[in-house]
Design a protein. Sequence first.
Length: 363
Amino acid sequence: MTQAYDKFGNVHELLDEYVELEHELADPSIHSDQGKARRLGKRYAELGPVIAGYRAWNSATEDLAAGREMAAEDPDFAAELPALESALSQSEVQLEELLLPRDPNDDRDVIMEIKAGVGGDESALFAGDLLRMYQRFAERQGWKTEIIDATDSEMGGYKDVSMAIKSKGVGEPGKTPYAKLKFEGGVHRVQRVPETESQGRIHTSAAGVLILAEADEVDVEIRQQDLRIDVFRSSGPGGQSVNTTDSAVRITHIPTGIVVSCQNEKSQLQNKESALRILRARMLAAAQEEADRIASVERNAQVRSVDRSERIRTYNFPENRLSDHRVNFKANNLDAVLNGELDGVIAALLEADKATKLASGDH
């Protein structure tokens, strides 16, 4: 046991915290404060895999020590040692990975924004393709999606669209929408022959994706006196009832200068609620960005620090190929990818992030 604490000494405190959480959650009175119960439950779920990994490693350490003692007394037992050594090595690697620092948002849902970029109508059509791709990926994960706001383009597709992606129930750390989608932010480029192209020439256009962790009301305090709320007439599709009333809402958060507008719903109240939801997510992202800047934490792999002009991925239709330029990932199944099969590229990005953290000794 002593050796265990020598090698992974930081787990000792986590063990104590885990036991304390077990006691607190076993107390029926905790459920009178739903916010606290949810917070403690979330932390308990977060620590669970780490504690299980530590116990497995500790058990493997003790098994090998006992095996060596027995082998010293009985040479025939020496044949068992390689398997015990392998089990210890494997459990050590797994525990090191479990102890890597987690993004504080890895248990959150997502608000995704997709904006058409260069390429006019073709870019807007591609933005629509990306939206459907993420909707289908979400379906495969058993998540729910909800369009919060959208500006359609005349030829189809979207000039911009905001979508909430939510896990059902309490999301398991590392398997929530944010944990899986956080590296999707950046510029996505498409190469294909547009439907309007009569000469058969390949055009290149792009759309930008922004990933925001959805903030709870308790995470971000928004004071009414800090908001300027303007209403205006909706310009988007939606029929007469949308366009003849001042139902669209623009909210400016005066201290930060963040501006959000929504015109998707027919009701001014619904548009205001949607705008506040996006505002909270953007304010949470801004606050974390500032906290990380002060702490000088490297965040170059994460979406909030990605240069929006940085091209992260190319969708090449003539060659049916997807290329992610950050991890040199290529897949020749673009049709399947656009149908929501993103597991391969997402796994490659998460693996690269893990390798970077392990290499930097960031744990």
